[in-house]
Ligand binder design. Structure first.
Ligand code: GUN
Length: 295
């Protein structure tokens, strides 16, 4: 068993991006973070994204709105960011409060600034295998991990556990693409799939993205499989000052000895998500220059 070190791979990527950003002579890329409410995980993720942007030389703006903001008000705020030439990327942190239609909000972000890749245009372009589209950050990060660990996905059987718009659906779409890494046979499993283990045991590459702590156990994994754990779950832990610890969707202790490669939590997919957001922001900046939109 070998660990896939997401921190090290993300750091390499961030160094490459820093160099690129340094070479931009006038205006720097700028990403706007939109956060609604005080969900502790969202507060922590957005802080991490802000800090990473600063490290790479990307500017950021943070807009925080009360939980009570209406959907119309939030749509107006997004319109202002869409029209702002000084902002190249827009990220609306999920989850949003229950009175909002998340898809409507994501679809309102300009496709040219949609660094999360959540809106219908970019998801559609992704299905068309358009390399110019913004691919959402966690799926793109998983592909980059596989690429930089020299995993050949061609002809491999990938089983994706989960069908979310943010991870499950797009990661399967990316792995279906003819490009490398891709060209895999993809099976999607979800809460409506009977006899899950029957499917997961056939996976050469198992991607767990269901948000259920320690769900994947040793009975579900084939000897020698590659396991990518997307889960970041907080579970109570009185021995920690914070009162919680982070675990993945995979029972790492049980499953790791069976695998050829596995991502840890934390330090696996998480840092790659943030790194890909930076890469998408630089891409959005470059697109804006091509379109003659930058100041
Ligand atoms: N919530 C959980 N993951 C993500 C992500 O990648 N982007 C945004 N905007 N919200 C999230």
């Amino acid at each position: 068993m070998e660990l896939i070190d997401g921190n090290a791979i993300a750091n390499d990527l961030l160094k490459e991006l820093s160099k690129k950003v340094e070479s931009f002579e006038n205006q720097k890329p700028c990403v706007a973070f939109v956060r609604v409410g005080q969900d502790p995980a969202s507060v922590s993720y957005v802080r991490k994204k802000e800090n990473t942007a600063a490290k790479v030389g990307i500017e950021s703006r943070l807009l925080i709105f009360a939980e009570t903001i209406t959907e119309d008000q939030l749509l107006r705020e997004i319109s202002l960011l869409n029209e702002d030439y000084g902002v190249h990327g827009i990220l609306v942190q999920a989850p949003l409060p229950p009175h909002m239609d998340e898809r409507k909000i994501f679809n309102h972000v300009s496709p040219l600034k949609d660094v999360d890749g959540f809106n219908a245009t970019n998801l559609g372009l992704l299905c068309q295998e358009n390399q110019d589209a913004f691919a959402s950050c966690t799926p793109a990060g998983i592909l980059e991990l596989l690429k930089r660990t020299e995993v050949d996905t061609t002809g491999k059987h990938v089983v994706v556990l989960g069908r979310s718009l943010i991870v499950g659906k797009p990661v399967g779409m990316l792995l279906l693409q003819k490009n490398r890494p891709g060209n895999a046979t993809v099976t999607y499993c979800h809460s409506g799939t009977p006899d899950l283990a029957n499917h997961t045991l056939q996976a050469d590459i198992l991607i767990a993205a269901i948000g259920k702590p320690l769900f994947v156990d040793r009975s579900m994994v084939k000897q020698g499989a590659i396991v990518i754990d997307v889960g970041i779950n907080r579970i109570p832990d009185n021995t920690r000052k914070s009162g919680f610890r982070l675990v993945g969707d995979v029972n790492f202790e049980e499953v790791a000895p069976l695998t050829s490669l596995i991502t840890p939590v934390p330090g696996g997919v998480g840092p790659m998500t943030v790194a890909m957001l930076m890469r998408n922001t630089v891409k959005a900046y470059e697109k804006s220059l091509q379109a003659g939109m930058a100041l």
